[in-house]
Write a protein that binds this ligand. Structure first.
Ligand SMILES: NC(=O)c1ccc[n+]([C@@H]2O[C@H](COP(=O)([O-])OP(=O)(O)OC[C@H]3O[C@@H](n4cnc5c(N)ncnc54)[C@H](O)[C@@H]3O)[C@@H](O)[C@H]2O)c1
Length: 264
């Protein structure tokens, strides 16, 4: 599909990867609608896109809310008349081991709380589901062609200290196969489904990670640096443009090898 003229909805579009996707898609001629948690951050990104000559709108919308996701999609339709690309990008981390022991006694000192587990599941998994569902139902009902894209992570392969996060990211990476199959079964052949699995990308979310663990991981990256947000958005744009890329996951990691930093 040609990007120019498409309407793209991006959750978590006011920071990091989502911001880069919104700006780069707008630069390529898409009309973008971003949903995020804070009005000020949304206004900044929408303002910067407009100042650069692009078309954009934004809504305060929490991906864990059915009503907010419906509002986000309705805003896209009201403002720009369609929905073609849905990027379920909003995500959070709350890292920690499930069982933490005392160095001296070896006894359990702390466990991961159910709140910390569910917080990540609610945003990354339930939120992405609602984003896809509320976008797709409008696309199907109006016969708007396009692509659903969910942002997974290379840690879908299972990272220590991320039992909550990795569980959500492996789950969403299954969606391209599940949904392309469901759509085919229902005769919906004009909506493709993709997931993108970034490696470690230089965005604010990484500030929440253990910085020693992060520098150990960078040693395992073939290109020896963090991936840039715009390298993720260019992969997303490529996925939208190429009609034969469907029902699959695209890894953009800089060659993350995990030889040193993964539990064996
Ligand atoms: N940065 C990385 O290294 C990396 C690697 C792999 C995958 N990812 C994934 O990429 C996506 C974007 O991450 P990022 O690095 O740009 O992070 P980020 O923290 O810079 O941006 C995430 C955005 O999502 C928004 N958000 C959080 N909870 C939300 C909610 N409930 N509703 C709506 N918006 C919400 C935040 O406000 C923020 O603007 C996430 O799904 C993340 O898991 C990131």
């Amino acid at each position: 599909m040609e990007i120019k003229g498409l309407v793209a909805v991006i959750t978590g579009g006011a920071s990091g990867i989502g911001e880069s996707v919104a700006k780069d898609m707008a630069k390529a001629g898409a009309k973008v609608v971003i949903g995020d948690l804070a009005q000020e951050a949304i206004d900044r990104v929408v303002g910067e896109i407009k100042a650069a000559g692009g078309q954009a709108a934004g809504v305060v919308a929490n991906v864990t809310s059915e009503a907010d996701m419906a509002k986000l999609m309705d805003t896209a339709v009201e403002q720009f008349g369609a929905i073609n690309v849905v990027v379920a990008n909003a995500g959070v981390i709350k890292d920690g081991v499930m069982i933490n022991t005392d160095k001296d006694t070896g006894k359990v000192r702390k466990v991961m709380s159910v709140e910390d587990f569910k917080f990540v599941v609610d945003v990354n998994l339930v939120g992405a589901f609602l984003t896809f569902r509320e976008g797709a139902r409008r696309m199907v009902d109006n016969n708007w062609p396009g692509v659903l894209i969910v942002v997974s992570s290379i840690n879908k392969t299972g990272q220590v200290g991320q039992i909550n996060y990795s569980s959500t990211k492996v789950a969403v990476a299954l969606w391209p196969k599940i949904l392309a199959g469901e759509f085919l079964m229902k005769g919906i052949t004009n909506i493709r489904v993709l997931s993108i699995s970034p490696g470690y990308v230089a965005t604010p979310i990484l500030m929440g990670m253990d910085q020693n663990a992060l520098s150990a991981i960078t040693k395992d990256v073939h290109i020896q640096r963090l991936v840039k947000p715009e390298e993720i958005s260019s992969a997303i744009i490529y996925g939208v443009e190429n009609d034969a890329i469907d029902a699959t996951d695209i890894e953009v990691t800089g060659g993350l090898c995990y030889s040193r930093s993964r539990a064996k």
